[in-house]
Design a protein around this ligand. Sequence first.
Ligand SMILES: NC(=O)C1=CN([C@@H]2O[C@H](COP(=O)(O)OP(=O)(O)OC[C@H]3O[C@@H](n4cnc5c(N)ncnc54)[C@H](O)[C@@H]3O)[C@@H](O)[C@H]2O)C=CC1
Ligand SMILES: O=C(O)[C@@H]1CCC=N1
Length: 288
Amino acid sequence: MTSASNPLMLSADRQLAFLGAGSMNGAILRGILAAGHAPGAVTATLRTNAKAAALRDETGITVFVGEQEPDANRRAAAGADVVFLGVKPIGVQALCREIAGSLRPDTVVVSVAAAVTIEAISACLNPGQPVIRTMPNTPLMVGMGAVGLSAGDHVTDAALAEVVALFAGSGLVHVVPEAQLDAVSAVSGSGPAYVFYLVDAMAAAGVELGLAPELSMDLARATVAGAGKMLAAPGADPVAMRRSVTSPNGTTERAIAEFEAGGIPGIIARGARAAADRAAQISTELAG
Ligand SMILES: NC(=O)C1=CN([C@@H]2O[C@H](COP(=O)(O)OP(=O)(O)OC[C@H]3O[C@@H](n4cnc5c(N)ncnc54)[C@H](O)[C@@H]3O)[C@@H](O)[C@H]2O)C=CC1
Ligand SMILES: O=C(O)[C@@H]1CCC=N1
């Protein structure tokens, strides 16, 4: 796995199109705008009008709405230097077929979808179209994302460097072999949900111990946010950091012993395996 980060390659007025500006594409575009990209150089599409006005007001970007303009995706994609595909995996290939005729030969198509292979995407675009498959996560919206990505055959070094730079403005980026993207998905793509699940469980535990629900949730949220900020320091070692909280024969030691006895590490490994297996299953379903 190689690390790549080169924000100097980023030009703030390159034309970017986010097709399907939901949770993930919305997080990416917010991260890119916060890093200094010009809103006037960004377009997005949504299927329905419900959230379009709020997105326009919040970001200043141009938003096309599919239920109002049947050619919304083609209009957004036309003239774009980089197009981000942000629809559910089942919709990616139809979207590619829809926009194929609107792309320049050098437009870079970036998919954020789980499980849709570069081969499956390329099959629905013009021959030779550059395709990059990514597995991002939603903390990109606050500048603390984690992204794994793989480039297809027709991606130039300059195009790859530009897309890496776009993500690197709001998170960590690793270029990985495509075969590792399901594992990246199981760790960092789905990972924020695991952490939110933990916070919910910690808050519920506090209520069981007699804390008011709001107080318990405040404490759990602040704890995970603070621990996350500590972990973001270069070289942070979670094992050493855990030891620094764990006094010999103290309270934390008892809690960790319960977690170990309950098999928490194995349960997390099983969950991640299930996530990766589901990604492989979706790839097979889409290929069939
Ligand atoms: N949510 C997450 O944390 C992550 C999601 N992903 C991937 O991101 C993709 C999108 O997932 P979410 O953002 O969670 O879903 P979402 O449902 O929040 O966003 C999808 C958006 O696309 C719109 N849409 C659907 N079909 C469209 C079309 N033909 N043209 C234009 N817009 C269309 C929908 O109205 C919606 O706003 C998925 O492929 C998923 O695998 C990847 C990593 C993390
Ligand atoms: O749940 C999903 O399928 C997507 C991919 C990773 C996070 N969300």
